[in-house]
Design a binder for this molecule. Structure first.
Ligand code: GLC
Length: 570
């Protein structure tokens, strides 16, 4: 049996600026979350993860922090935060904070000091480098390396005051902290302990596999990255993804922050992490983190050309999950997610969001995900089957990534605006950030004011009020899925066996624990499909624990987008 509580838990992610606005300024806030705690408890989730609510200039919606130990006035105050935390705990849930320590805001006092002079004691808290030898500082191409930033443009910003550049893997308002400096690490650990002392239950660690940079010694140079065809910049990721001291830093953090506090949850967001690395990161014996967010399954529709959409191949998706499930079967643990604030809506991406199939395919996706081995994450609105949003023009996007990448692609790389827009509509992060759809009223019941990002027009049909009333809704289906994890030990601890790996329409697997075996099948198509599995006859007479359509399948023939969970005991 499971000894670690988070193995049987379901986490719900809140993106505070888009969740609920209690004071009518168009921006979600902590009071809005407090007002909806009963909704969350009613869904049955165990843990809430809050995207950043710290003080921030909001250049990247709070992922640019200027004070780690205060709440941004947009969201509330520390007192309201404490009230929220009490409300969460009173309902038997836990709360984890987003921890963004790869970088700070350029308005953080540490950076303000650091940039003030080359001999400031905090100079070395960030990555300052001179211009490329032989080139005039501040001129095009004089950046210390050829790296592009995640949000378009170079990863280096020239600072006239001292004539040097600082590194920012994300926006120019997000300078990277220098984790090589022990004083930086100590300041971060101290801040983390302060939040834990306040009562929070753990952290989701933003891009935590980028904190260690592969500095070359002697001299501390950083090398140019691989040149990308058609792109204005190189790919520096070999120098900062899973860098040489990543494990060391996370183990040190564990010792300095988590030791002696066994009930916490630490999850690391790790773009580009491999299964082999993840086993090491999540091996409990190594004391680093409890689980990681990997990206393989959300990068399946990306090819070499970032501005081309690759249609989903179910066999590829299954291959990825199978690799992660088997790779972490003995040691380590998976996080399971389709959605978060950086991803388009899963029902639009992997399902069918047209009216006849939206609800069925949303439930099917939930079933397949939640029945894997690992801890499932639900992103706000996923439990309603919220969809992508039909953004008419680039002016309707708010996300710094969408706008920056559009500018680089169209202005610098000569792409056609329509081609770039089509990809942003399918993949852009604002799809996830439209206001939570509470009811059919104007702005989806999210705010009494003007929302910072317009609500999806489909909120008149897709919303929490309607779904809570309807026992067949996506919402009530998610409630049952969560309950199944809480009541059926095979969902938590059962082993995993992928079936039908070559089928392009059906996703099928079993979970087995002791004498109990579950069979899960999801139909990723609008066709009727029979599952040609061994033992089909026996399975079709087993107990049907869950399905998303009114009709139970006959002879394991699934209807369009149908999902089934069967159980049998030896
Ligand atoms: C993570 C966050 C994303 C943010 C980036 C920089 O990927 O999830 O929203 O933009 O890190 O902090």
């Amino acid at each position: 049996m499971t000894d670690l509580w988070w193995k049987s838990a379901v986490v719900y992610q809140i993106y505070p600026r888009s969740f609920a606005d209690a004071d009518g300024d168009g921006m979600g806030d902590l009071r809005g979350i407090i007002d909806h705690l009963d909704y969350l408890a009613g869904l049955g989730v165990d843990v809430l993860w809050l995207s950043p609510v710290y003080r921030s200039p909001q250049d990247d919606n709070g992922y640019d922090i200027s004070d780690y130990q205060d709440i941004d006035p947009l969201f509330g105050t520390l007192e309201i935060f404490d009230e929220l935390l009490r409300g969460v705990h009173q309902r038997g849930m836990k709360l984890i904070m987003d921890l963004v320590v790869n970088h700070t805001s350029d308005e953080h006092p540490w950076f303000v000091e650091s940039r003030s002079s080359t001999d400031n004691p905090k100079r070395d808290w960030y990555w300052w480098r001179p211009a490329r030898p032989g080139l005039e500082p501040g001129t095009p191409g004089a950046e210390p390396t050829n790296w592009g930033s995640a949000f378009g443009g170079p990863a280096w910003e020239y600072d006239e005051k001292t004539g040097e550049y600082y590194l920012h893997l994300f926006s120019r308002k997000q300078p990277d902290l220098n984790w090589e400096n022990p004083a930086v690490r100590e300041a971060v650990y101290e801040m983390m302990r302060w939040w834990l002392d306040r009562g929070v239950d753990g952290f989701r660690m933003d891009v935590i596999n980028m904190i260690s940079k592969a500095v070359q010694s002697p001299g501390g140079a950083l090398p140019d990255g691989r040149v990308i065809a058609g792109s204005a910049y190189g790919d520096g990721s070999a120098s900062y993804i899973n860098g040489p001291r990543n494990h060391e830093f996370l183990h040190e953090m564990h010792e300095r922050v988590f030791a002696g506090r066994p009930e916490l949850l630490a999850v690391g967001e790790m773009p580009g992490v491999t299964v082999e690395e993840a086993v090491l990161f999540t091996d409990q014996a190594r004391q680093e983190v409890d689980m990681v967010f990997q990206f393989d399954h959300v990068w399946v529709d990306r090819g070499g050309d970032p501005w081309r959409l690759i249609p989903l191949q179910l066999t590829t998706l299954k291959g990825i999950f199978n690799r992660w499930q088997t790779g972490l079967a003995e040691t380590g643990w998976n996080s399971l997610y389709w959605n978060n604030h950086d991803q388009p809506r899963a029902v639009s991406r992997y399902g069918d969001d047209s009216p006849p199939y939206r609800a069925a395919s949303a439930k099917m996706l939930g079933t397949v995900l939640h029945l894997h081995r690992g801890t499932p994450y639900i992103y706000q609105g996923e439990e309603l089957g919220m969809t992508n949003c039909p953004f008419p023009t680039i002016a309707d996007f708010r996300d710094i990534e969408a706008i920056g990448q559009y500018t680089q692609a169209v202005d610098q790389e000569g792409r056609s605006p329509e081609e770039v827009l089509a990809v942003l509509r399918a993949r852009g992060r604002d799809n996830a950030r439209t206001p939570m759809q509470w009811d059919a009223s104007p702005h989806a019941g999210f705010t009494a004011g003007t929302p910072w990002l317009a609500a999806n027009p489909n909120h008149t049909e897709i919303n929490a009020a309607v779904e809570q009333e309807d026992p067949d809704s996506v919402y009530h289906y998610y409630r049952r899925l969560i309950e199944l994890r809480h009541t059926e030990p095979a969902v938590v601890d059962g082993d995993f066996t992928m079936l039908l790996p070559n089928d392009e329409r059906l996703y099928a697997f079993t979970r087995r624990l002791g004498g109990t075996e579950l069979l899960v099948i999801g139909n990723f198509s609008g066709d009727e499909v029979r599952a040609e599995i061994e033992d089909a006859a026996a399975w079709s007479s087993a107990e049907l624990v869950l399905t998303n359509l009114a009709q139970a399948p006959v002879d394991l023939t699934l209807g369009p987008w149908q999902a089934v969970v069967y159980r049998r005991t030896a």
